[in-house]
Design a protein around this ligand. Sequence first.
Ligand code: MTE
Length: 319
Amino acid sequence: MSFVIKPPVDINPSEITPEHVYQTRRRFMQSVSAAGLVSSVPAAALHRGWMDSKGFTPAPPSEDAITPRGYATSFNNFYEFGTDKNDPAELASRLTTEPWSVEVSGLVGKPGTYDIEDLLAGVDLEERIYRLRCVEAWSMVIPWIGFPLKTLIQRFNPLGSAKYVAFTTLYRPEEMPGQRSYFSSIKYPYVEALRLDEAFHPLAIMAVGMYGKVLPNQNGAPLRLVVPWKYGFKSIKSIVRIELTSKQPPTTWNLAASNEYGFYANVNPTVQHPRWSQASERRLPSSLFNGNRKIPTRMYNGYEEVASLYTGMNLRLNY
Ligand code: MTE
């Protein structure tokens, strides 16, 4: 993973949602929610814009300032589209996300290949304002729209022997130029996994939208994981496969450099990355003019309610 921080380039000003517009939309959603008008996602076509006409439960106000949308959609890690932070915004529009299905396999009572419309049928969407802390020592605050991962997994009737859940990203080299690169530092498809009790923690969500709209391709459309207490690389994008297993599954960055990227990848300022410190982070947007907005990194990215998942574990060995 590169660790050069470059400012986002080529941001179309129309992409940046001004704070007052975003707050007005939030207030509108709050009033819709209060009036009991928030509905579940019906088993309708997941077409672009479907979320504009649907409700979601808005998040309570956040103590963190929300990152302007233009940064969150133009400064991305999605190696399938290239290693530069602006590659995904430039190239991900080629990705076809309709139709989309997810194969569910392994230790479940209801394996199968499910259309995304069926996966989202009856799901109540919620907004969650989460800090995303990248292993490269920058962070953003993003209003995601999604639903607890637990509710999805439970629909497949996990067997008692299931201990882990593994996720796989789409492999489609004809639409994902990074997958065609001979010089790639990682192998495709991108894979990630969680322990099942981590996956069942209420903070872990499957996201389908952000900033009040359906996910842009560069952020992992149409379905991605968001695990806010772990480094960003655990939050795998554009998921096509979910498998429940009894053994710890392989994960992409751990396979690429196991001394740098562990399976757990919990945000932990006391465990140094071999090539740089993890004690602080740059909250984007940052620049020399605002002192680079360097802030101390918090244990579990500040989500200390997950600590009991790791009781008795040595978090230096299990980094
Ligand atoms: N998922 C896939 N399939 N491919 C990737 O390269 N990058 C990860 C994660 N999920 C990545 C991925 C990393 S390193 C980060 S920091 C986050 O996505 C970035 O998410 P964002 O671009 O929505 O901010």
